[in-house]
Design a protein around this ligand. Sequence first.
Ligand code: NAP
Length: 284
Amino acid sequence: MTADLPASQISHAPLAGVIGMPIAHSRSPRLHGHWLAHYGLAGHYVPIPVMPEHLAEVLRVLPRAGFVGANVTIPHKEAVLTLADTVTDRAALIGAANTLIFRPDGKIHADNTDGYGFVANLRQNAPDWQPSLGPAAVIGAGGAARAVVASLLDCGVRELRIANRTRLRAEQIKAEFGARLVVYDWAHLGNMLEGATTVVNATSLGMQGKQPLRFPLDALSPDALVTDLVYTPLMTPFLNEAAARGCRVVDGLGMLLHQAAPGFERWFGQRPEVDDQARQVVQG
Ligand code: NAP
């Protein structure tokens, strides 16, 4: 029976997808579909709506159905860690995975590429950015912020300031990531900008339909690089304000594109390029 064969012995085009709930809004199928067509590769990438109570069962079945891997999004990014057979150090440190690889023997390998995507986006769009030049300020302490913190520390940032509406979550990140972190109070968010050379909004504030992220930017240096993980809209009110102060700004769409590239390469055998075409496909 095909269902009992390892994925390597199933001779149809590789399948991958994105597991989440809700998932209809995801832009990942459009992006991976574009790359598959662009490189003339056999394969399919589909949205996979899964309720939390069905996650374990679905993960067991997907490799037997020809899936070579999957992206994982809300609300499953943490739960997959407990269901995977192997977890990379960075996914374990972040406490969440967004990329799964189904091995030929059916074993599930979990990784987190959000931090990679975050840094690759900055390197591509601000090539002269030097993370070790001065303190970084990260606003937010959710799952995405954890990936950003891990990657900035990896890049050699010596002081990383963090603030979150729920201060405890920021304190927890400091407890896990160590002495280079300094927790700032949400009520005095503007203070963390003093001398900061990298400033990141890792909250969901500024998204379409949400309040903007607003706090005093008087201490923001025009030499700082400012980026926002929110990409709907591309130019958030926060990025607009920073740009008006003369800062170099980088929107969050490139992070979405770059975090997808390692999974695509593993599943379909081709490192995809993150270029204007890919950007437009995802925006369209
Ligand atoms: P999450 O785990 O739910 O964290 C949400 C964060 O936003 C927390 O820090 C939360 O603070 C804060 N927040 C939410 N509403 C707030 C409000 N009204 N006032 C102050 N703070 C508020 O979500 P996540 O996965 O980290 O994602 C955060 C954002 O990054 C989302 O907009 C997501 O779409 C975006 N993102 C983008 C990419 C990309 O590729 N560009 C990748 C991942 C995520 P509390 O802890 O106090 O609730």
